[in-house]
Design a protein. Structure first.
Length: 239
């Protein structure tokens, strides 16, 4: 049994696999948990539509989660799409850019998210910010690195004159281990919730159902998720 801390945690929840597992992780550990999502004109805005379903189904999994799950917040950041020429904010090809980063990289996106989350955490009395960023399966995004997160934690603490801890439960694990963590936290029910109701596909496709969930099956997010699920299933068979 996980010790429950009295802290309030604010979880960045996109509607994807990683952030949903992080939300379950937080619900096991903190007395009160609030969620925040960001509407920045993303091409796969369907991820925002699945968020409330995910919250409702998490509430139904365990009575204590229902008691701990508090308010949800959605913050519109239209300016991010306006200044971003990327494959997540424009109808352009998903490919590797000249800078070596995929065109799905939205410059400073996570940095901006952390700033808004910090401001919201300050107002809501939360001492923890929980995010699903990781260095293991991160497509090379520099704002997902552990060093970046640690720097943001220091900057927020100084700028707000308040100690905020940015929790990164997935920082050093891959997608297969994230599926395994979901099952470890909430058993088959949470694993099924993650597979069936979270959204990762960059193209916003929920018309095609695969073993690992819905998506186009071809974009980098689908490929990463599909490979991770296959690896997870194979590891389980060998255990």
């Amino acid at each position: 049994m996980t010790d429950v801390k009295a802290d309030t945690a604010l979880v960045l929840v996109s509607g994807g696999q990683d952030s949903t597992v992080c939300l379950a992780w937080a619900l096991e550990r903190f007395a009160r948990v609030e969620t925040v999502g960001f509407d920045y004109g993303q091409r796969h805005a369907v991820e925002l539509e699945v968020r409330e379903t995910l919250r409702e189904k998490l509430r139904a999994l365990r009575p204590q989660w229902a008691q701990r799950l508090g308010d949800d917040h959605v913050i519109k950041i239209d300016a991010l799409a306006a200044i971003s020429e990327t494959a997540l904010t424009r109808e352009t090809a998903i490919e590797l850019g000249e800078n070596g980063l995929p065109t799905t990289f939205v410059p400073a996106r996570n940095l901006i998210f952390f700033c808004f989350a910090g401001a919201l955490a300050y107002r809501r009395g939360a001492s923890r910010i929980v995010t699903g960023v990781c260095e293991t399966d991160y497509s090379g995004y520099p704002d997902c690195r552990d060093d970046t997160v640690k720097a943001m934690q220091v900057a927020l603490g100084l700028g707000l004159d308040k100690r905020l801890v940015i929790e990164t439960p997935l920082m050093w694990i891959d997608k297969a281990e994230t599926f395994a963590l979901a099952e470890e936290i909430g058993g088959p029910a949470l694993l099924e919730l993650v597979v069936e109701h979270t959204h990762s596909c960059y193209l916003g496709d929920r018309s095609r159902r695969h073993a690992w969930g819905y998506g186009c099956g071809e974009c980098p997010a689908c490929t990463l998720r599909g490979q991770g699920y296959e690896k997870f299933i194979n590891r389980r068979k060998m255990a």
